[in-house]
Design a protein around this ligand. Sequence first.
Ligand code: ZN
Length: 176
Amino acid sequence: MHRAALLALLCMLAAPISGFAFERSDGTIVHCEVTRDGESRVVHEVWLGHGDLGDRHPALGGAAAVVRPGADGWPVIFFDSVVFRAMLASDPHMSDFIFYHECAHAQDPKRDEIEANCEAYLELDKLGVLTPERLDALASTHKKMLRLPSRYGGSGEIFWERTLSCVKSRRDIGLR
Ligand SMILES: [Zn+2]
């Protein structure tokens, strides 16, 4: 290969991959849409990190994904591609859940972690993909996170418990 071409290829590999669509674990391409002041836009997604597992991207602060305002003020979802690659192999349901969790933050920046999880649950349920097996898998993936920052309730167990009680209260008031 020509040296310049090789260099260009290497640069491409090193640069974050970005786009406007997310491939769910079932192969369905979805996107996250936000509306502000009557204007709707598809959220830009940026995939960071190409190292080995454990080499978490510093921009993500150790999270698998985060939402941050982009240069134009609209939200951008940043994903850790290393973490997601491993997750797709072991807990594919979780990568879908995280996409909807981040989308919930993007759609309303005031949502806290419990509310974002609650939205992700309700969205997946609405899509009809929350089978009992998937719910069990989601619960156990959450419970594997023994320690979490306090905004997540301090542990995965409490995080999931609070998510479920949020879902229940949303249903009690008949929102979905
Ligand atoms: Zn969150």
